[in-house]
Design a protein around this ligand. Structure first.
Ligand code: AMP
Length: 124
């Protein structure tokens, strides 16, 4: 059964310009902005502009253009933050909390890009 998208979720409202955000990058299909409650010095959320709830749904149903745009935006954000391990950065963690067990709070797909400090073990 497909996820039901709630058009009143906070990220949908950000995309409609109803509430402000601290934009890092905007492309045709993707928006990246700073998390309002950062868990580390670098904490950026990358979201598709389309109405997707989880990454699996996006990966299976989004157009090639959306998937490519989103994926490249993740790379660009890492570059902008200077966290790329292969380019002298100290690394980062990319997280996509999904559904109840994943403890997803906002029901619009977002990946967290978190870095700027050592993050410890993944589920520690
Ligand atoms: P998740 O638990 O993966 O759904 O994470 C939702 C994230 O959205 C949390 O890290 C919140 O701090 C963040 N968040 C909620 N409202 C806003 C907002 N208005 N602007 C930026 N980040 C937000």
């Amino acid at each position: 059964m497909p996820n039901t998208y709630d058009p009143q979720n906070i990220f949908a409202r950000i995309l409609r310009g109803e509430i402000p955000n601290n934009t890092v990058l905007e492309t045709e299909h993707t928006l990246a902005f700073r998390d309002i409650a950062p868990q580390a010095p670098d904490h950026v959320l990358v979201i598709p502009k389309g109405a997707y709830v989880t990454y699996d749904e996006f990966a299976l149903n989004a157009s090639d253009a959306e998937v490519v745009d989103f994926t490249r935006a993740v790379g660009e954000v890492c570059k902008m933050l200077g966290v790329q391990p292969g380019e002298g950065g100290a690394g980062y963690r990319m997280i996509a909390n999904s559904g109840e067990n994943g403890v997803q709070e906002v029901p619009h797909l977002h990946v967290h890009i978190v870095g700027g400090r050592h993050l410890g073990k993944m589920l520690g």
